[in-house]
Design a protein. Sequence first.
Length: 119
Amino acid sequence: QVQLVESGGGLVQAGGSLRLSCAASGRTFSGYSMGWFRQAPGKGREFVASISWSWNTNYADSVKGRFAISRDNAKNMVLLEMNSLKPEDTAVYYCAADSASRPSAYTYWGQGTQVTVSS
């Protein structure tokens, strides 16, 4: 069982930056693939970024070059650095975890943290 708690969301002006954190419980964190997803009002949940246990990263085209995902296995945390934020980045951001190396669906989810980007 893995529990995930996101933090770091807030209100920022367009062009600004935020860093989201996801704290994970469990002693096998280093073996999990971690992902960030987001859900904007009235839209479905969409993939943002992921990082495998071997540090392979993937990004949605909409955030490439602006967002960076990383992990700190010593602290059981995954981070999402978000730069050059746009109003369309406004959403609830969710952290997710799965034991598969390339999960097609993540098993564990956090409660989400709100990110609002004003124009």
